[in-house]
Design a protein around this ligand. Structure first.
Ligand SMILES: Nc1ncnc2c1ncn2[C@@H]1O[C@H](COP(=O)(O)OP(=O)(O)OP(=O)(O)O)[C@@H](O)[C@H]1O
Ligand SMILES: [Mg+2]
Length: 223
């Protein structure tokens, strides 16, 4: 269970997040939506332990971040909005490098399979020769190495072709439903949100997104 408790964040006195609270249960996929600058990435970074909230706390499995920040990292997988991989290394070398840093040991075969699950076949190619979408797939595969209980995905499918998007979506859906993982997913693609997510959390002032999702039958929480 993830429990976000009254999180607020200011940058240089400029309020970004204002008293945000919600809970997520294992097996749930939640879409985080809102206009550019609403604070989605900021909120994901706070849940990923990479930013500190100005006030409030987050609890994962009933342990607060304020006291257990480092210990909780092994449960968390985070795909940043900007791709973070080694350009000069091959896909295989990247996977092996991040496996060494990870909390879970995996064989080369298992790592290769993770890439195939993301529909990424270019195991021996240098990353700098991959397309933008392929790099995103690699970023996703890297995040799954340590089998995180909660996956925080910041626009993970931008630039990914529709077929791969659907395949990755159904893979993530299975991860949540069969392995009881929690997923928070940001996207500006409302079709993707309605197809994949159990409910949507909308942040920011703009009522545009809740309006759009109103007739989809999904639960929408405006915070
Ligand atoms: N490190 C920082 N220092 C100062 N301001 C920041 C910092 N990071 C983000 N911001 C500001 O916080 C606000 C929210 O940014 P954030 O990246 O969380 O938005 P977002 O909802 O993810 O937007 P997008 O849809 O464009 O990705 C923006 O006004 C941004 O300029
Ligand atoms: Mg963002």
């Amino acid at each position: 269970m993830l429990n976000v408790k009254s999180i607020s964040k200011q940058y240089h006195k400029h309020a970004i997040l204002n008293n945000i609270s919600f809970q997520i249960k294992p097996g749930e996929i939640v879409g985080l939506i809102g206009e550019n600058g609403a604070g989605k990435s900021t909120l994901l970074k706070i849940i990923a332990t990479l930013e500190q909230a100005s006030s409030g706390d987050v609890e994962l499995f009933e342990q607060g971040y304020a006291k257990n920040r480092k210990a909780l990292r092994k449960y968390i997988g985070y795909v940043p909005q900007d791709i973070a991989i080694w350009e000069e290394l091959t896909v295989a070398e990247n996977m092996l490098f991040f496996e060494k840093l990870s909390f879970q040991s995996k064989s080369s075969e298992e790592l290769k399979q993770l890439c195939l699950d993301m529909n990424l076949q270019k195991w021996n190619e240098p990353v700098k020769t991959l397309s933008g979408g392929m790099k995103r797939k690699l970023n996703l595969a890297i995040t799954l190495i340590h089998e995180p209980s909660i996956l925080l995905l910041d626009e993970p499918t931008v630039g990914i072709d529709l077929k791969s998007k659907k395949e990755i979506g159904s893979y993530l859906f299975k991860q949540a439903k069969e392995k009881n993982r929690m997923i928070i997913y940001t996207s500006h693609d409302m079709d993707e949100i309605t197809e994949l997510c159990d409910r949507a959390i909308c942040i920011g002032e703009d009522t545009f997104y809740p309006e759009i999702l109103k007739n989809t039958g999904k639960e929408i929480i405006s915070l």
